[in-house]
Design a protein around this ligand. Structure first.
Ligand SMILES: [Zn+2]
Length: 375
């Protein structure tokens, strides 16, 4: 998506795509991206739409990421629906109406009392309005509201809704002056990207229960592996099948006892059970049967009261999962069957080297380390 962002900025700079100027500022808005969502905003001119389609085609060819035009919608503001349809149909997009919801935020909704639109709050009264796209100013004359109903409210719902609407409006003070933008995310009404970002993150992203420690002593590739394992993104047999990759069986080829998923490879496989038992015993810890990466991370990050010792334990646990995965890959791809004892030896020697050469002022001795890593 960063590539598309650069392309769009370049297209705007060269006049290939014309964004929309934001009133009372020198800002021009052309696109908004969030995760896989993209919103393009521009002037309603045929050339703009055609050029945008060309940009997206070029982006597809160069990146392999294709925009699904079937799922895309086009909204024209102040444009007849027929014109929208005739212009966007060749693209394969569908025309749609305002307001719409983008990332949970209503866009184009004409809010005027409370937090929702007249259409949502007073649907029966809205049905009676003759011109559905009218502005508030169309119904105001010298501070008084002038209705343009198709017919007078008659049903019980429309009469009670209208009474409620009138009582709400009577409390509402209109003021003279130009319209201005007010951001409802903070009491001062000022818009900051950071505030919106915070709000969107709260809505859309899952909350992370445990934090992954990024420790200097541990090589980046190992921490990255841990991070992927935490997100269930390591290519186990089950994960590959889920992604539609044809493999012969989801069963763990090492123990042939269960399906091979992240938890199995790293904690439940006969190899993993034996390795953890020896590693924890070397650390002078009880034999804990971790059920998930989350559980293992939660244990290590809360363990003990000495920060230095905790860093050693975290390094050992990351190293253990790394070497368990390595042993699994050696078996799957090279048919090399490593014994649990050999895996434990690799963990002890490699984590020792991490501590010895990646930590400042390290006084660890190999002999002591082999007996207990926390001495
Ligand atoms: Zn297994």
């Amino acid at each position: 998506m960063e590539g598309l962002n650069i392309v769009m900025k370049e297209a705007c700079a060269k006049g290939i795509f014309t964004g929309t100027r934001i009133p009372n500022s020198n800002l021009t808005l052309s696109h908004l991206f969030y995760a896989d969502d993209a919103l393009f905003v521009g002037e309603w001119i045929e050339e703009n739409i055609n050029n945008l389609a060309r940009i997206l085609r070029c982006f597809h060819v160069s990146s392999g990421l294709k925009v699904n035009f079937n799922k895309s919608r086009v909204f024209g503001i102040g444009v007849e629906k027929q014109e929208i349809t005739s212009l966007v149909e060749p693209l394969g997009c569908k025309p749609s109406d305002l307001p719409f919801t983008y990332l949970g935020v209503p866009v184009g909704a004409n809010r005027w009392i409370g937090d929702s639109t007249l259409k949502t709050s007073f649907p029966e009264a809205y049905k009676l309005e003759r011109y559905k796209h009218c502005k508030i100013s169309d119904r105001l004359q010298n501070g008084d509201l002038i209705w343009d109903w198709k017919s007078a409210p008659r049903t019980l719902e429309s009469v009670s809704e209208t009474a409620l609407l009138v009582s709400r409006i009577s409390d509402f003070q209109t003021v003279q002056g130009n319209d201005k933008w007010v951001c409802t995310l903070a009491s001062d009404g000022v818009f900051h990207v950071g505030r919106l970002r915070k709000k969107i993150d709260q809505w859309n992203l899952p909350t992370v229960e445990t934090t992954l420690k990024w420790i200097h002593e541990i090589p980046l590739k190992v921490t990255c592996f841990m991070w992927r394992a935490k997100l269930e993104r390591i290519p186990t047999a089950c994960a590959l099948l889920k992604r539609g990759i044809q493999i012969t069986s989801p069963i763990c080829s090492y123990c042939e006892n269960a399906e091979e998923d992240t938890t199995h490879v790293l904690f439940r496989c006969s190899m993993a059970v034996r390795v953890w038992e020896w590693v924890l015993s070397w650390c002078n810890l009880p034999n804990i049967h971790f059920e998930s990466v989350e559980e293992m991370l939660a244990f290590t990050t809360q363990w003990g009261s000495c920060e230095m010792k905790r860093r050693v334990l975290i390094s050992i646990c990351y190293g253990t999962t790394w070497f368990l995965w390595k042993a699994r890959c050696d078996w799957v791809f090279k048919k090399l069957r490593t014994s649990p004892a050999k895996v434990v030896d690799s963990i002890k020697s490699t984590v020792f080297l991490w501590m010895k050469y990646r930590r400042k002022h390290c006084t660890f001795q190999w002999i002591d380390w082999c007996i207990n890593p926390f001495i």
